[in-house]
Design a protein around this ligand. Structure first.
Ligand code: DC
Length: 238
């Protein structure tokens, strides 16, 4: 079957990466978690005195450090997915903590950071048979992706999912705290100047508040099969 590029965008904690990983596994595609890349830059900023005590960012310092920041993915044979590395160190766990989550949107709104990450994403995803999830994949990184999904889910459903994820890692917050953090992040992602979170005109909206992971996967596999059927029909007419 002909391989395609799949772009998944949407709000925070809508299950984008869960779907992307399941699809990558099923189709034997490469998965690129673009949010993890902005998170890795945030870890660098936190460790290198680029975030001030009042949580503001020393933008100049970060821009001049960009050449020292290398973000890569390394396949983990135990989990069958790639771990995120910052300058050759596995930071997969650290990038998911609440402190990083509360600053990453601000880091990702910096033009120079985005330019560097988007160039890297285009390079990593240039061969077909790739799934990228993020906020600007269908609108900016790969606007010609054959399949674009825009994911959304009810606020309470999303907050509960994220709360359980934190709990499973031994991090405890209230539902309200998690809800507030998601709301703030979405607002920052929607309202930023550089490539804000936006549904691409030709993206298919997927609201997974009331459907299971399996149903969601089946729905998308059907979309892909339909796309490939249409493409074969078009080819046979030429
Ligand atoms: O998907 P995530 O929650 O790991 O993403 C972390 C942050 O990175 C998110 O708040 C917005 C930003 N991001 C972005 O601006 N563009 C992307 N393509 C992916 C993520």
């Amino acid at each position: 079957m002909q391989k395609i590029t799949i772009a998944i965008d949407g709000y925070s904690s809508c299950g984008k990466s869960t779907l992307a990983k399941a699809l990558a596994h099923k189709l034997n595609y490469n998965y690129i978690d673009t949010g993890a890349m902005y998170r890795a830059v945030t870890v660098y900023a936190l460790r290198n005195g680029i975030i001030n005590a009042d949580k503001t960012i020393n933008i100049e310092k970060l821009i001049s450090a960009l050449n020292d920041i290398e973000v890569t993915f390394v396949f983990n044979p135990e989990t069958h997915i790639s771990d995120t590395f910052l300058n050759n160190e596995n930071v997969e766990r650290e990038i998911r903590n609440m402190e990083v989550s509360s600053i990453v949107s601000k880091i990702s709104s910096i033009k120079e950071v985005r330019e560097k990450m988007v160039a890297l994403q285009r390079k990593m995803g240039k061969s077909k048979g790739v799934i990228l999830d993020g906020r600007d994949i269908g609108t900016n990184v790969f606007p010609k992706a054959e399949l674009k999904l825009f994911m959304t889910a009810d606020n309470d459903v999303r907050a509960n999912r994220r709360l359980n994820e934190y709990k499973s890692k031994g991090q405890y917050f209230t539902l309200e705290e998690v809800k507030q953090s998601l709301y703030q992040r979405d607002q920052e992602d929607i309202n930023r100047k550089e490539n804000p979170l936006m549904k691409a005109e030709d993206a298919i909206v997927l609201d997974n508040s009331d459907i299971s992971r399996e149903e969601q996967l089946e729905f998308v596999l059907k979309l892909i099969a339909d796309l490939q059927f249409i493409s074969r029909q078009e080819q046979s007419q030429h």
